[in-house]
Ligand binder design. Structure first.
Ligand code: PHE
Length: 437
């Protein structure tokens, strides 16, 4: 594994790869609906706080662990802390989380395929808002079609993972992510020009503090981890490919910024339309699939935008699920010593079976979603911060973060966050939710 490690060619390569994993259904599908269910602006405020105060530090920590050890997440802890076998648990939780996340993620990704076909066949263009809501409910509560598309999606993901991640998917992400951004901006412009848009914007941007409770806080924390792809070792593995001359802190900030920007723009595209078309903001997982077709129907060139949007959403989902499957495959090849082809087949097969249960039982879908993002990811995130803060320590962290040759000013703040603030904050959020405090 260790001969000559492949590397990202430059800073843009790293950022594009990490952003390709981070930017996905989490930004465009999950963020708006979780925000809608959790009171709007107040959620946004807490979310932004967690991104800055915990997301960026955990992101830097993962990159740092990977680059220092020159290993994927399992090997990394072995190399960096041979005496503390306990930290292996981070890798194990990461694999478990990736497995469960992909089994519901692939279901939603399958929906994007169905919607691409519906848009192409112009079957969304002639429908009223209630008809679009009905269409979505009927489709997502059925079994065979969603199952079929989920399987198609898993086959595509597996085909890419078998061939290796680097050359295909990243090259495409670099081109396609900017196109996705452009389309979202167009959607935003159209959405805010709808009658009644103001109400949606104030729902999104005006915090109503009475809406804040411990559920909202936990959801915001979970969404921050989910959206940045943290707590699973994906970013650590990418970190092992980053050259010493890159500034890790800056990389982490750029990735978090890009990820948050896309999420907020998705909110700006969706909430004005939610209010303009009389849809409930807390409509749940169907929110995007119901509101956006309504905007397309009001837009010039709506047909074209609808097709392009769902294709790109599908691609955004694919770049993220490749990174999810890769975590499981890396585990099977490294720890169980299976060949890559077999490992990919086995992992994809098992995940598809779990996905099938998610299609059949929506309660499983939501509980996988809730447990992974709100519990597993923050929990392994906190172990990562403790590891860097206390085990790697200030001196080595500083040396690694300054390996590009210039001094980084905010290291002492970062260390305080890693050692004290992040572990305590995450512990408090957990305890509060279990009603222990
Ligand atoms: N961050 C991805 C998204 O926002 C989802 C994901 C989570 C991908 C965890 C990899 C790991 O869609």
């Amino acid at each position: 594994m260790d001969q000559k490690r492949d590397g990202f060619s430059n800073k843009f390569g790293v950022i594009a790869a990490a952003a390709g994993s981070a930017i996905g259904l989490g930004n465009i599908w999950r963020f708006p609906y979780v925000l809608g269910e959790n009171g709007g602006g107040a959620f946004l405020l807490i979310y932004l706080f967690f991104i800055v105060a915990i997301g960026v530090p955990v992101l830097v920590s993962e990159l740092l662990i990977g680059r220092m050890s020159q290993r994927g997440v399992f090997g990394a802890f072995r190399v960096l802390a041979p005496d503390f076998k306990f930290f292996k648990v981070v890798g194990v939780m990461g694999v478990g989380a990736a497995f469960l996340i992909l089994s519901f993620y692939a279901v939603v990704a399958g929906w994007t395929i169905e919607y691409t076909f519906l848009a192409t066949a112009n079957q969304l263009g002639d429908k009223s808002p209630p008809q679009l809501a009905f269409l979505f409910n009927e489709f997502s509560n059925s079994f065979w079609r969603p199952l079929f598309y989920m399987i198609v999606f898993m086959c595509l993901t597996a085909a890419i993972v078998v061939g290796g991640v680097k050359n295909g998917i990243e090259k495409y992400s670099k081109i396609l992510m900017p196109v996705l951004l452009l389309i979202i901006v167009m959607l935003c412009i159209n959405s805010v020009s709808l009658n009644g848009a103001m109400q949606g914007l104030s729902f999104l941007f005006q915090p109503d503090f009475s809406k804040i409770n411990n559920d909202v806080i936990l959801e915001a924390l979970g969404q921050a981890f989910f959206s940045l792809s943290l707590g699973m070792g994906i970013i650590a593995t990418y970190g092992s490919y980053v050259q010493k001359k890159e500034n890790l802190l800056q990389t982490a900030i750029s990735v978090s910024f890009a990820d948050t920007l896309i999420a907020i723009l998705a909110g700006v595209a969706i909430f004005p339309a939610v209010f303009a078309f009389g849809i409930q903001p807390d409509a749940g997982p169907g929110l995007v699939f119901v509101t956006l077709p309504n905007i397309f129907n009001q837009m010039m060139g709506g047909y074209f935008f609808a097709v392009a949007f769902f294709v790109l959403l599908f691609i955004a989902a694919l770049t993220s699920s490749v990174s999810l499957l890769e975590v499981v495959v890396a585990y099977i090849t490294e720890e169980l010593k299976l060949k890559r082809k077999k490992a990919t087949f086995l992992a994809a097969f098992l995940i598809t079976v779990f996905g099938m249960f998610c299609v059949a039982y929506p309660i499983l879908f939501t509980s996988f979603e809730w447990t992974t993002s709100n519990i597993l990811l923050p929990l392994s995130g906190v172990l990562i911060t403790i590891f860097v803060g206390w085990f790697i320590g200030s001196r080595k962290t500083k040396a690694e973060l300054e390996s590009h040759g210039r001094s980084v000013k905010s290291i002492s703040i970062l260390m305080i966050i890693l050692k004290i603030f992040a572990p305590i904050a995450i512990a408090l959020v957990f305890l509060d939710n279990l009603n222990i405090i």
